[in-house]
Design a protein around this ligand. Structure first.
Ligand code: PLP
Length: 368
């Protein structure tokens, strides 16, 4: 029996597609860039929410993965993946138990800490189970979202080191506030400045704690800048593999370091108005954040997308005659990839016009 081929034009919309040629190029490029500077990659799975994509990142050479939350890490462990760092703090007894259930399944699991109370709770919970766990000290390098300030870091490190159940393996210094600075030079100096603080803390810790070898940092906006910081041991980049309009709008050292592998397909469903047409992707399929989605142009007329309620979007064009006719399927680059992906169950994998398979977005909704 022969199975018939499936093409992009066969897909029901709105849906997410992954251009696998671009995806593999992005994976290869980031891996090579990191490897050239002797750095490891620990890509962040909060972006793609997909254990199959995480496995591909490992196949391309990543040493491990980042998860934003315990439930996201759980999804990765359930899929048989190892060496996971939970990049957000765990502070309640219930969540701590879940973390340690996961540690029992995956002893390489690490978590960040930024408060003595969380350290005390973790120590107590580990003690009850007679377990030990590797930690990274979460250093606040200016984002002020989580993390301990550089001046309090040594005392927190001492607290960790004094416990038989805790192993201080290094620091996390994620400078989220600089990732989307528009001008490359401004981004470069901002990232350099806040990471120098982290370098000072890291070196001081290394002097007294021999197990302290991991310096996990960076993001897609500064990966090439941060490669020059010798002490950084690994990059925890996320968006590079898929990309979005927010990142594509930044000034970069080379024109498009990572082209968008992720696209959203949407169909023109109404053309009865002057000056715009209506498509079937609205707020429920395109998260409204980080600027407008980009319409991937097929001709010489720049089309623009705007949200038009929960279920619909509006496509306009300076020349009404160039508006797409009823039934046309458009490809959009999403405004902000992470929260948009969290709205879908699967990616359709494409090579050229052909749909070669699907990957479930199995970590979707794992926000706990
Ligand atoms: C802690 C942490 N590390 C790394 C990243 C990856 O950043 P990006 O998607 O900019 O590469 C994020 C993204 O929000 C993050 O929160």
């Amino acid at each position: 029996m022969t199975t018939s081929k499936k093409y992009k034009s066969d897909l029901d919309t709105p849906c997410l597609i992954l251009d696998m040629d671009i995806l593999d190029e992005n994976l290869e490029k980031m891996q090579t860039a990191a490897g050239r500077e002797g750095k490891d990659l620990r890509p962040h799975c909060k972006t793609h929410k997909c254990s199959a994509l995480a496995r591909r990142q490992i196949e391309f050479g990543a040493i491990g993965l980042c998860a934003a939350k315990v439930s996201e890490a759980r999804g990765l462990v359930n899929a048989g993946l190892e060496n996971i760092l939970v990049t957000g703090p765990v502070v309640t007894p219930g969540k701590m138990e879940k973390l340690l259930d996961l540690l029992a399944l995956s002893p390489s699991l690490m978590v960040v800490v930024d408060h003595p109370r969380a350290i005390a709770l973790l120590e107590k919970t580990l003690g009850k189970r007679n377990m030990t766990m590797g930690l990274l000290l979460d250093l606040d390098v200016g984002l002020h979202r989580t993390g301990v300030g550089p001046s309090e870091a040594p005392a927190l490190a001492e607290r960790i080191v004094s416990s038989p159940h805790l192993r201080l393996l290094g620091i996390q210094a994620y400078a989220g506030q600089v990732q989307h600075i528009q001008a490359y030079e401004d981004r470069e100096s901002a990232s350099y400045q806040c990471l120098q603080e982290a370098v000072r803390v890291f070196r001081r810790l290394q002097d007294s704690v021999p197990t302290c070898t991991i310096f996990s940092a960076s993001g897609t906006g500064t990966f090439d800048i941060d490669l020059a910081v010798a002490d950084i041991s690994e990059l925890q980049v996320g968006s590079y593999v898929l990309m979005d309009a927010e990142y594509l709008a930044l000034e970069t050292a080379e024109p498009v370091p990572f082209p968008p592998a992720l696209r959203l397909l949407t169909t023109v469903v109404s053309t009865n108005q002057e000056g715009f047409v209506t498509v079937d992707a609205g707020l429920k399929s395109l998260y409204k954040d980080g600027g407008r989605p980009r319409v991937v142009e097929t001709g010489d007329s720049p089309l623009e997308y705007d949200w038009f309620g929960d279920e619909y979007g509006m496509i306009s064009c300076r020349q009404t005659a160039k508006l797409p006719p009823l039934g046309t399927v458009l490809e959009l680059v999403t405004s902000h990839c992470d929260p948009t992906i969290n709205l879908f169950d699967r990616y359709y994998l494409t090579r050229g016009q052909e749909v070669t398979g699907t990957w479930p977005i199995d970590l979707r909704g794992c926000s706990q």
